[in-house]
Each structure stands twice: as structure tokens, then as C-alpha cells.
Design a protein around this ligand. Structure first.
Ligand code: NAD
Length: 505
């Protein structure tokens, strides 16, 4: 079997001749083949997971400081060879070089934080043993699950999976990573580079292929699956994992909103809206897809957004504002959303149906979009934005929350920023800037509703890849022991009396 990540082809004669099926990854700017990778089947995935399981005891036995030493060495290698990996990202996604570099800047900072903080967050610590068990010492410790299966998307092919990989490794797990079929080279580069500084054991391995390879990883006996991708695939991953009760972390799509209050810095808000919506060609899970602007400042804001968006140019050259649509099938989704909205009475402030010129899409700004149109409700994942007037920031919050998704959000307001942020039904919010939370390693990252559940990054992200283990240790025996058949018939009654005394007030 041979195939390409952007439309696979299969011929039985080739399958008979070629014992190891492969697929090609392509540069979406040119269609040029940039790599050929194996399509791993369930048997091969199983072998890789078995090797990762053997490696896990060794990795765990290194302890926090031994792992930190190695993860720090990996971080330094990533920094030294940042442009080499950025080149692989550009070749497989088509994004401009500086965007790939920015992605890796975030990767390096998260890797640093995870390695530096794992011990503090996860080590064994004492907790109060409480009124009933005062004669016990109580401790809790966060122990690694074992082997984590990570399944990743293509839009940020290093940053997104590393949000799981770095934290899972720092917590003492080994990882088997299934990168997107559009970006297998990035996954392989990451695993090979870690093997250069940790040659002893395969602590990070990669399996490549399409959906069935990902499904095989879910069924391989890994101890947890960390999935990032679309909501539809997330549901399939959960269904597969349910068969073996394998725990899952599910990071899915979004339809994030930005709210502009009457007292906002309009120029900064417009800049954030346009960058949040159009950088990376809008292929950002936490990208801005909807904007709700308070009526009093709406005209001025629309002008500022129009002026900024109209200047942007997609392209394949390094200084383009953004690159192509990486996944060809997404072009049809973007076209449907734009055309569908325009057919139902929306107005284009910038661009329109003609802006969709595969593999590129030029900026599109829409307004007066019917609230139930796909452009207002579904993830568009293109350089498009819907801007709407609202009577107040409170109505903005209501409209923002009227979504099946709940990933990130943005608020521009001088007086009410934090108050409005707290009322958004989302996992993350940036006040008076955009997407900043993703670059703060100490902050948890994840969504609610159709955006998924569980958290990467920060303390929560480290704990996500561990099982809490609670231990009590008897310090001394006391006469009032209710948990024995040898207890007297007065023991429990005394206990109730004591409880009334101390807990009944
Ligand atoms: P996708 O769902 O098509 O694929 C994601 C991964 O799942 C790929 O590696 C794919 O091969 C694998 N897969 C497909 N079918 C599978 C199956 N049945 N079992 C197991 N694995 C399977 O998503 P995509 O197009 O690669 O990524 C874009 C989506 O990812 C967008 O919706 C975006 O919002 C979302 N995303 C979310 C986050 C987040 O942190 N919440 C981050 C980045 C991207």
C-alpha cells in the first residue's frame, strides 16, 4: 500500500510487493513530497508499546532529578537545532518560518517548566490525618501511569503534542506518540532528538499512519491516551478506549469568542482579533472565530479590523502573513461556512467566497451572520472572523456562551475584564491580550463541552499523567478502634458522642 497524507491511494499489487505499507507527507504549499513513513498496524503498535513499557521502569527509577537532567539536555538540543525542526514544521504544514520558530519557543519553555516543577508537584507529601484517624500518618503521592499514548493533530505539530509528551515524561511515564498523518516528520524528529540525549531506552517512540494506527494505539494496552484533534475523532477515541476502560484526555476543537467592551482599547482589541483569527491561517484551536462588540464602539472597531485584515496576504514565502490551508478537505469547510453565511444575508467587510483559492485562503471578515449559521456555530479553522454588534458586554458573554464548544476566550475591557472573564464558559481566558494563557506554562490548558476535558500544562497537566496514591501508616494504636470485630459494643456509640461534641456545632 502507498498513500499520501492528503488523499491516500492504495493498490493491491503494490501491497503484495511491499511488505511495509508506507505513505507520503507533502508540502501543502507546493504538493512536493517531503517524506515517506511507515503505516504501522496493530501488531507493530503493540511491539512499540511493549518496548515502551520495558523502558518505563528504568525511566521511573531515574527519579525526578535524573529525568530533569535528561529533559534539560533535550531542551538545550531543541534550542540549538530550533531552525532545523522549524524547517520540518514549515515543510509539512506550510506555515511561515517565524511561526514555526514561535511554536518551538513555546515548546522549549513548557519543557523547562515541566522538568523543573514535576518533583514539587508530584512528590510524596503529608496531609492532615483528620479527627477520626489522628493516630495515622497520611501521605499522598502522584505516581506515573506507565505508558501514555499521545495522538496529535497537524496544526501545531510540535507545540500541541508536547503539551502532553513533556508533562507525561517529567511525571515518569514513557510515551508512544502517533502524530497526524499530515505531520509525521515532526513526530519522528522529536523522538529521534530525544533518543540522542537519552540513548539507553526508548522513552519516546513514534508510530505513524492514519486513523487505524491511532485506534490501534488506543487498544494497545497503554495506561492512558492523550488525544488532541477534532471533536468527532475525540468521540471515536473515547468509544475505543471505553472498551478497555483506558482513561482519556480529550483536547478538541473550539469556536472561541472575543468580547469588546465600550471602554476597551479598540486598537489593541482589533489587533488581537485579527491576529487571533488569522495567524496560522486561522488553524488554531484557540483561534478567535467570533467577536461581540458593544454597539457604542462597533463602527470604529469594524473599521479597525477591516483596515488590518485587508492588508494581510497568505503565501508560501517566508515573509507571508500566513501560509496555506494544511489539510485540503478543510478548504471545503471554510468555503461552505463563508458562502452559507453570505447566502443567508451576511455581509462581507473583507473578502468573500472568492477569497478561497486553494491551497490559500485570503482574509474574510463577516458580519450580520445568522446566529445559527455554520460560520457562527461550527469551527471554521480558516482565516475568517465573524464580528457582531451587541447591546452590552453582558450580552456578549451570553452570545459567547451559547456554543457547544468551550475552549478559550478573550475579553477587552478596562473596568470589567476579570469579571467578564469569570462568566465565560471556557477553560482559558485572556484579558486585554489574546492567547497569552497558552504561553504560561504554569496555567492549565483544556476545555469544556465539545472542546473536551482534562488538562495539559501546569500542575494539573502534570497530575493528568499520574495516579494519586493515598497511603496511611499507623503511628500508634488507640483503644477506640471501630474497625475490628474485637471492638466493644460501646465503641461506636462513644465515637458518635465524640462526633456530636466536635462536629455537631
Ligand atoms: P483529527 O481529529 O482529524 O485527527 C487527530 C489525530 O487523530 C490524527 O493523528 C489522526 O490520525 C488521529 N485519528 C483519526 N481517527 C482516529 C481514530 N479512529 N482513533 C484514533 N486516532 C484517530 O484532527 P486534526 O484535523 O488533525 O486536527 C485539527 C483539530 O484539532 C481541530 O478541531 C482543532 O481545533 C483541534 N485541536 C485542538 C487542540 C486543543 O488543545 N484543544 C489543539 C490543536 C488542535
Amino acid at each position: 500500500m502507498t498513500g499520501t497524507a492528503r488523499g491516500s491511494v492504495e493498490t493491491s499489487t503494490e501491497a503484495e510487493l511491499d511488505p511495509q505499507p508506507t505513505f507520503e507527507s507533502l508540502d501543502p504549499r507546493t504538493g512536493e513530497v517531503v517524506g515517506r513513513h511507515p503505516v504501522h498496524d496493530a501488531g507493530e503498535v503493540g511491539e512499540v508499546v511493549a518496548a515502551a513499557r520495558k523502558a518505563q521502569q528504568w525511566w521511573s527509577d531515574l527519579g525526578f532529578s535524573g529525568r530533569k537532567q535528561r529533559l534539560d539536555a533535550w531542551r538545550k538540543l531543541l534550542l540549538r537545532r530550533l531552525d532545523e525542526l522549524a524547517g520540518v514544521i514549515c515543510a509539512e504544514t506550510g506555515k511561515p518560518l517565524d511561526d514555526a520558530r514561535l511554536e518551538l519557543v513555546l515548546v522549549v519553555d513548557h519543557l523547562h517548566w515541566a522538568a523543573a516543577n514535576a518533583e514539587k508537584v508530584l512528590r510524596r507529601r503529608k496531609v492532615p490525618s483528620g479527627f477520626l484517624m489522628a493516630n495515622q500518618a497520611a501521605t499522598v503521592e502522584y505516581l506515573p501511569f506507565g505508558v501514555i499514548g499521545v495522538i496529535g493533530p497537524w496544526n501545531y505539530p510540535a507545540f500541541t503534542p508536547m503539551g502532553s509528551i513533556a508533562y507525561a515524561l517529567a511525571a515518569g511515564n514513557t510515551v508512544v506518540f502517533k502524530p497526524s498523518e499530515l505531520t509525521p516528520g515532526v513526530g519522528e524528529w522529536l523522538a529521534k532528538s530525544l533518543a540522542e540525549v537519552v540513548p539507553e531506552q526508548p522513552v519516546l517512540s513514534v508510530v505513524t499512519g492514519f486513523g487505524p494506527t491511532g485506534a490501534a494505539l488506543c487498544e494497545s494496552g497503554v495506561d492512558k491516551v492523550a488525544f488532541t484533534g477534532s471533536t468527532e475523532t475525540g468521540k471515536r477515541v473515547m468509544a475505543t478506549c471505553a472498551r478497555t476502560l483506558t482513561p482519556v484526555l480529550v483536547e478538541c476543537g473550539g469556536k472561541d469568542a472575543l468580547i469588546v467592551d465600550a471602554d476597551a482599547d479598540l486598537s489593541a482589541a482589533a489587533d488581537a482579533a485579527v491576529w487571533g483569527a488569522m495567524s496560522n491561517a486561522g488553524q488554531t484551536c484557540i483561534g478567535v472565530e467570533r467577536v461581540y462588540v458593544v454597539d457604542a464602539v462597533a463602527d470604529r472597531f469594524f473599521d479597525l479590523v477591516t483596515e488590518r485584515a485587508a492588508k494581510l496576504r497568505p503565501g508560501g514565502e517566508p515573509n507571508a502573513n500566513f501560509g496555506p490551508i494544511t489539510m485540503p478537505s478543510q478548504v471545503d469547510v471554510i468555503r461552505d461556512h463563508v458562502d452559507g453565511a453570505l447566502e443567508r444575508g451576511a455581509r462581507a467587510l473583507v473578502g468573500g467566497g472568492h477569497s478561497v483559492r486553494p491551497p490559500f485562503v485570503e482574509p474574510v471578515v463577516l458580519t450580520d451572520v445568522p446566529p445559527d449559521a455554520a460560520a457562527a456555530t461550527e469551527e471554521t479553522f480558516g482565516p475568517t472572523i465573524v464580528v457582531e454588534r451587541v447591546r452590552s458586554a453582558d450580552e456578549g458573554v451570553e452570545r459567547a456562551n451559547d456554543s457547544r464548544y468551550g475552549l478559550g476566550g478573550t475579553v477587552f475591557s478596562r473596568a470589567r475584564g476579570t469579571e467578564l472573564a469569570r462568566r465565560l464558559r471556557s477553560g482559558m481566558v485572556a484579558v486585554n491580550s489574546v492567547i497569552a494563557f497558552a504561553a504560561v506554562p504554569a496555567l492549565p490548558f483544556g476545555g469544556v463541552g465539545d472542546s473536551g476535558f482534562g488538562r495539559i500544562h501546569g500542575e494539573d497537566g502534570l497530575r493528568e499523567f499520574t495516579r494519586a496514591q493515598a497511603v496511611t501508616r499507623l503511628k500508634y494504636r488507640i483503644p477506640l478502634n471501630p474497625m475490628t470485630f474485637g471492638r466493644s459494643n460501646r465503641t461506636v456509640r462513644r465515637l458518635v458522642r465524640l462526633l456530636r461534641l466536635f462536629r455537631g456545632r
